[in-house]
Design a binder for this molecule. Structure first.
Ligand code: GUN
Ligand code: FE
Length: 454
């Protein structure tokens, strides 16, 4: 028998396919020193007893209590870390006005590193407490504060992918909040990439720099071109907003006479390591281009209800081979929880299928075959996010990393409504998806290290 750093015993849920959950009942999960799952052992396997005999009772043997379950840690593909400071507010006006009235003034304050530290410490801890083990962050235009966010992820043990935001177009951005000019925007981005790649060497779970043009309306052609070149030079991730709302989609049509997807691709910004937020208004050619280039979609269902003027046909895009994960889009989305976004993804898809205007006859009201199940939404929050980032995360499977959340369904102050000792585990899973709150998340592990307890 091999030597393992840690053994976990309990029942785990993971995606077998986008539509199917695999239940690993009372299995042993054997983790090596790098935090990778090296062996998963079922109770009927011959090795099971041997491993129990060797490890049970030792400090590195962790057994779940009754009513507790392992889920993969969530992968949040779209978070604006600075906007945590206004989460839950400012959702009363459309996207363009929201950006200029509330969001750009708030983000401009992150030139102050003390303020940045206060907010970034809190948002990273909050996401971990909500089961998010990997997060793809927009910071702000400020290089130093963006590096600070990556450092905070590194020290709290979260797998953070962080972008210094580029907004270099004086036409599209207010004077109080933009890069000084295109040259400094690109130079700052390059220094940021190098600093975060250095920082990554000191972490177990990894932190990654992300080339981050905010969206086309914020950037000059030279800026976008330079960012595409930096992404290729340093082989980095890329993130932006793509075809989000009627206004943003129409702006790009007016400027380039093409959709965001093709415009971004012309600048070298659609790559296997690209994740584009929202993407509500992709047409068939855009979807094909995403699939060809390996560009993934960060589906942000809560935020979309406020700013996207539409429900994205996520099922259709997924069926065409595009990688899709979930994003909270704090603070366009008010919630730091991917459980909330799983719920909204299901709800929005059902409203798209049925349609919402009761004065239209039922047969014309909606878009047939649009609904997704809770299993599919869970897939997006976990395995889909991992695939979008091409990292071995989001599944409880051999050679994936031990990124998990421990859910307690029997929390004395907030028991889930499970009244049958032998309740079907598929039902237990659905109850967790719909009813878990942060207090049920008792432990969170990233790359084999415990990063949160409550
Ligand atoms: N488009 C450009 N910036 C933003 C942002 O901060 N949030 C959302 N939802 N859309 C954007
Ligand atoms: Fe966003």
């Amino acid at each position: 028998m091999k030597n393992y750093k840690q053994i976990f015993q309990g029942t785990a849920f993971t995606s077998k396919s986008p539509k199917e959950i695999e239940i690993l009942k009372n299995h042993l999960f054997c983790i090596n020193t790098d935090g990778i799952i090296k062996n998963i052992v079922a109770p009927h396997d011959a090795e099971y007893q041997t491993i129990l005999d060797a490890y049970q009772g030792k400090p590195n043997f962790h057994s779940l209590e009754e009513g507790q379950y392992f889920l993969p840690g969530f992968v949040d593909l779209h978070v604006h870390a600075p906007q945590w400071a206004q989460s839950g507010t400012a959702l009363d006006i459309p996207l363009y006005d929201w950006l200029h009235t509330y969001t750009f003034p708030l983000e401009s304050k992150f030139s102050d590193l003390d303020f940045a530290k206060e907010v970034y410490d809190d948002v990273v801890s909050t996401l971990l407490a909500n089961g998010t083990t990997t997060a793809l962050y927009f910071a702000t235009v400020h290089k130093e504060a963006s590096i600070l966010l990556a450092e905070i992820c590194a020290s709290k043990g979260q797998r953070g992918l962080v972008g210094k935001v580029v907004m270099d177009d004086p036409e599209g951005n207010p004077e109080i909040y933009r890069d000084a000019n295109t040259e400094t925007a690109l130079a700052d981005t390059e220094e940021f990439i190098i600093a975060v790649q250095e920082l990554a060497k000191t972490t177990k779970q990894g932190v990654y720099p992300v080339v981050t043009p905010r969206f086309i309306p914020s950037c000059t052609d030279e800026g976008l071109k330079g960012l595409g070149e930096l992404a290729a030079k340093y082989d980095t991730y890329v993130q932006s907003h793509c075809s989000e709302s009627d206004w943003a989609h129409g702006y790009v049509q007016d400027r380039f006479n093409k959709n965001d997807a093709f415009a971004l691709n012309d600048f070298g910004l659609l790559r296997d390591k690209s994740v584009m937020a929202h993407c509500n208004f992709l047409d068939n050619d855009d979807v094909e281009l995403f699939a060809e280039t390996g560009t993934a979609i960060a589906h942000c269902p809560v935020s979309n209800a406020y700013f996207a003027n539409s429900v994205i046909p996520v099922k259709e895009f997924h069926s065409k081979g595009v990688e899709i994960g979930l994003g909270s889009d704090i603070s366009g989305g008010f919630s730091p929880s991917l459980f909330d976004n799983i719920r909204q993804a299901v709800i929005s898809s059902r409203m798209l299928e049925d349609g919402v205007n009761p004065s239209i006859p039922a047969e014309n009201r909606g878009v047939p075959d649009s609904r997704i199940t809770v299993n599919e939404a869970f897939y997006l929050a976990t395995a889909g996010g991992g695939e979008s980032l091409s990292l071995p995360i989001g599944r409880i499977e051999e050679n994936y990393v031990w990124d998990v959340q421990v859910i307690d369904t029997k929390l004395p102050t907030a028991r889930l409504p499970i009244f049958n000792e032998n309740e079907d585990l598929h039902d237990v899973f659905q109850k967790m998806m719909y009813l878990v709150r942060p207090e049920h998340i008792r432990e969170v592990w990233v790359q084999g290290e415990k990063v949160h307890t409550r």
